[in-house]
Design a protein around this ligand. Sequence first.
Ligand code: 1GP
Length: 236
Amino acid sequence: MIKSVLEFIQNASKKGEKLLAILLDPDKTSVEEIPAISKRIESLNAHFIFVGGSFVAPGITDIFVQKLKENTQIKVILFPGDYSQVTNNADALLFLSLLSGRNPEYLIEQQIKAVPFLKNSTLEIIPTGYILIDGGTNSSVLKVSKTRPISQNNIELAVSTAVAGMYKGKQLIYLEAGSGAKTVVNAQLISEVKKNITIPLIVGGGIRSKEQLNTAYKNGADLVVIGTAFENNIEI
Ligand code: 1GP
């Protein structure tokens, strides 16, 4: 029996089964919309709901996740932009380290600040290496983290960053072009990173079409995250 979210992703990755997560930002989606949105996400056969954002006010995520759990059986995974978004109501937490950046706040400070919230929590904590790739926009994550992304052409740096993350003990690598990216993470970069790691790979940022989704899967993404395209048109 599969006990955890991480095990589920690892098993799917081993079998070559592709996973989909829909990202909801409590700053952009209201609690009232959750029943309809949950049904829609279920009809898309998404495997996970990610919840997070760069500018979510404290306390909001807690209520938002609680409402989701009342409306769907799909596992809810926190993808926080800030430690204040940690809530015990979710199933799991991507414990992110922004490996592409050199801002200590997002390499270790935020993680330390999260600990008092996690000590007695039942959340599954998943160490995740988070790597920003230039998506052609000044995305919220770049603004908030005050870091520079890795260029789409600097495949060597992206690969080394992902492998260093794996050696540091991360269980997942997340290649992120930024929410609303103009340019999605390119196929060659995904494929080179995938070839060099033995842990599952998440890809997100700017994915709007079935073709982009399939390209990410074909080149090695185990889990793709879609936020903006769903937010703009939940009938997508
Ligand atoms: C952002 O990877 C996610 O953190 C999703 O990006 O909103 O562009 O789909 P989009």
